[in-house]
Design a protein around this ligand. Structure first.
Ligand code: NDP
Length: 288
């Protein structure tokens, strides 16, 4: 039986709706969450991402502000802006769009952010809280993937999960989230031997590699949940994931398409994180 498609667009719309209602609850208490996005330089893809984040903020009632700085902005000047934002009471979320120009040390910028406003969940304090199983701001893409997995209704306890990719923004937090939910987690990467066997053992596969259609259909265990984070251009020039979708859908129980799977979840969870950060910073109860 072909896989059920996990509709990321529809689930992201639900999350945005929940955010809109949470924002309304905050507004009823006199608080409007504010999300500040910092863009340095003129990378066209980054400009599109930042524009989309601004638009999505407005749609749910979050006050979105974009700080567009020239490419030659020094690290010191960027740090000055971050310190100003960290000290502004109306700023609930701050996001510095990556990649930064080469002359700026991205780690130093992340470290300079206020962890309580780090809606990307990349600050070492938030990563440490996740590692400790404590409440913090969780990276948006892995948090979105968990929601997609949960939409299948599968109980993760004792299931075998394989995460392919170990980046700080996707693979590692993903593995921690799955472990927190009592899955037995294997993390694979470029030095993993016999990736096919590892993947074929998995009840849940999360692919976050960045290589077009690398995970083949016949690697997938019958009935498995397949979450494809990859966003690549295939040889045909079309957007595609890290999983060979058509073939994998013949084996999987549930699968995310690309586009329309994980992608829409990332912005939805950015908005959610902004609202969570807003309530936590201001000592208000969780509005969700
Ligand atoms: P990175 O390049 O930071 O990490 C890629 C990971 O894949 C690394 O851990 C790397 O291993 C591993 N890898 C590379 N080649 C292989 C291989 N042949 N076999 C097994 N593992 C391999 O990427 P990101 O985590 O940032 O992103 C991954 C993908 O997800 C990209 O396509 C990106 O565009 C997409 N993405 C999509 C988002 C969305 O919203 N939909 C958000 C973020 C990312 P090693 O560590 O050994 O180098």
């Amino acid at each position: 039986m072909p896989a059920q498609v996990i509709d990321g667009k529809a689930i992201a719309a639900q999350v945005r709706n929940e955010v809109r209602m949470a924002v309304d609850r905050l507004k009823a208490q006199g608080v409007t969450p504010g999300l500040h996005v910092v863009l340095v330089g003129d990378d066209p893809a980054s400009a599109v991402y930042v524009r989309n984040k601004g638009k999505a903020s407005e749609e749910v009632g979050i006050a979105g502000v974009t700080h567009h700085l020239p490419a030659e902005t020094s690290e010191a000047d960027l740090l000055v802006l971050l310190r100003e934002l960290n000290a502004s009471p109306g700023v609930d979320g701050v996001l510095v769009q990556l990649p930064l120009p080469k002359h700026i040390d991205a780690n130093r910028i992340t470290d300079a952010q206020d962890a309580a406003r780090d809606v990307d969940g990349f600050h070492p304090v938030n990563l440490g809280l996740l590692l400790s199983g404590r409440d913090g701001l969780v990276a948006c893409t892995p948090a979105g993937c968990m929601r997609l997995i949960d939409s299948t209704g599968i109980d993760l306890a004792g299931k075998r999960a394989v995460v392919v990719g170990r980046s700080l923004i996707v693979g590692k937090p993903m593995a921690l989230l799955l472990m927190q939910r009592n899955a037995t987690v294997t993390v694979c990467h470029s030095r993993t031997q016999d990736l096919k066997t590892r993947v074929s053992e998995a009840d849940i596969v999360v692919a976050a590699i960045g290589k077009a259609r690398m995970i083949k259909g016949d690697w997938i265990k019958p009935g498995a949940v397949v979450i494809d984070v990859g966003m690549n251009r295939g040889d045909d020039g079309k957007l595609c994931g890290d999983v060979d979708y058509a073939a994998a859908a013949e084996h999987a129980g549930f699968i995310t398409p690309v586009p329309g799977g994980v992608g829409p979840m990332t912005i939805a969870f950015l908005l959610r994180n902004t609202v969570l950060a807003c309530a936590a910073r201001r000592g208000l109860s969780n509005p969700f």
